[in-house]
Design a protein. Sequence first.
Length: 81
Amino acid sequence: MWHYVYILRNETGKQYVGQTADVDARLKEHNEGSVAATKGLRPWRIEWFCAFKEKRGAIEFEKYLKSGSGSSIRFRHIAPK
């Protein structure tokens, strides 16, 4: 089963990074308000995603994108503001 790391963006330009096995279902959860971290910042749209064959790889890359150096790469190259 594939696992995905995704970046969402809302209308104000705020980004959210997460990982899931089903990007469409997860986006729906974010936009329905089922995710506490993004509930007050709706609506969201998918800005970017990538696939991993192993869940562990997706989890590690999600953590990296949320780190200092990963955020720099994210904002400069993957999903610039």
